[in-house]
Design a protein around this ligand. Structure first.
Ligand code: SF4
Length: 408
């Protein structure tokens, strides 16, 4: 690897999110399932990938993927999330964040197979937004999202009962981040709420506060808090955190009645690793550095950063950055490393915000052997690892997604 990142990554410690010592949130029991082991259809982590995978050391993997993709032609459309490995991204027909990719898939009705190189909730969203005849495939069913796992349908239904008992459910509008299961999106649709992305969270909250007096924000407390406080001028005291592992969410009826934002106690294991120390440390090491972070980071990190935005915002900001500028980026490492390599020839110095390198361990499950196995299976006429959302869930989840699409 060329550029500043190569010097830096030689010194850093590599961990995966599965090793993340938790910051302030207890994982749900589902999040404790070993990756790729247990079978729990309700878990975002999915189940073990069936079939014989090619060996990662097979020197023909690239050629095999190319040949299988060529054989499938227009029948297949490969989506690559920004956080995917380079070895996978090279075969993506389009790259982007989860919502952009789902829309791209819907705009390609001639593609019978949508191979989603991302995580489980993304494939579910693609299935919801694509036609009935299109089949969405996830190359490794164990590629889930720990954040999405932090809000289960049962927990959220229980939370709604707590809000009802506190006498406030009618004033509450649910707003769910795209990074949630289809069940949670359906709950949101059923209860008059909308979905949001990290790009349009403010618009979604503006809309929600026109419909009601309070918002239940699921499942990422940080995106909810950052948007409310940073973009909408609320105070931290306007926000309470609902902990699904405590009776009544760990909140009194009075606290619930006083709050404007009821934040679900979930977080992203990758973005949650960045700390105020990471920001202070990089400013000391690289004078004049611009700190640019994703809004899934903790509030103190966002408050100390120079710029805050979604992955698409980060890419655009770096495209527009002048030669000679220096950037520390607080988002997933695969993307940061790709951007560092892409912009190094233009004289832009881009480093990862933290000293500890942290990949999203579940995103990283999609590797070249899984992609080859998927494409070859499809080319042989075997539909594998299909992600299909049931009709009732799909209808309500679509309602919530359509409300988002109708936002100004
Ligand atoms: S980066 Fe965070 S939010 Fe995205 S899939 Fe990984 S754990 Fe989930």
């Amino acid at each position: 690897m060329n550029g500043p990142m190569s010097r830096r990554t030689e010194r850093v410690r590599v961990v995966t999110t599965a090793q993340t010592p938790e910051l302030d949130v207890q994982p749900t029991p589902l999040a404790l399932l070993l990756l790729g082991r247990e079978a729990d259809p309700k878990s975002e982590r999915g189940v073990e990938c069936p079939g014989d995978l090619p060996s990662p050391s097979d020197p023909d993997l690239v050629e095999r993927a190319r040949a299988a993709k060529e054989k499938l032609g227009d029948k297949v459309f490969v989506l690559g999330h920004h956080y995917q490995r380079d070895e996978v991204i090279q075969f993506a027909d389009v790259t982007g964040d989860s919502f952009k990719l789902a829309r791209d898939a819907a705009a390609r009705p001639e593609a019978e197979y949508i191979v989603f190189c991302g995580v489980h909730f993304m494939a579910e969203s693609a299935d919801i937004l694509t036609g009935d005849e299109q089949k969405v495939v996830l190359p490794d069913l164990a590629a889930g999202c720990s954040m999405a796992d932090m809000a289960t349908a049962e927990q959220v239904a229980e939370c709604w009962d707590v809000l009802t008992e506190a006498g406030i459910a009618e004033q509450v509008v649910p707003v769910s981040y795209m990074n949630s299961s289809a069940d949670i999106k359906a709950f949101t649709g059923k209860h008059g709420g909308t979905i949001c992305t990290s790009s349009n969270a403010k618009k979604a909250l503006d809309w929600a506060f026109e419909q009601g007096e309070k918002v239940l924000f699921l499942p990422d407390q940080h995106l909810g808090r950052n948007t409310a406080v940073r973009d909408m001028g609320m105070s931290l005291d306007d926000c309470v955190v609902y902990n699904p592992h405590k009776p009544n969410g760990g909140l009194t009826a009075e606290q619930l009645r006083d709050a404007k934002m009821i934040l679900w106690r979930g977080h992203c294991s990758v973005h949650g690793r960045f700390s105020l120390d990471s920001v202070n440390d990089v400013r000391e090491r690289i004078p004049g550095v611009n700190v640019l972070v994703h809004p899934e980071c903790k509030h103190e990190v966002v408050a100390a950063a120079d710029y805050v935005g979604s992955t698409e915002y980060i890419i655009k900001a770096l495209e527009a950055a002048p030669a000679g500028s220096k950037w520390a980026i607080g988002t997933e490492l695969n993307l940061v490393r790709r951007l560092a390599n892409r912009f190094a020839p233009e004289g832009k110095e881009i480093v990862f915000l933290d000293k500890t390198v942290c990949f999203c361990s579940t995103m990283n499950r999609i590797d070249l052997p899984h992609l080859v196995w998927t494409l070859e299976s499809l080319a042989e006429g075997n539909l594998v690892n299909r992600i299909e959302v049931d009709k009732e869930t799909e209808a309500f989840a679509k309602l919530a997604l359509e409300r988002m699409l109708a936002l100004p």
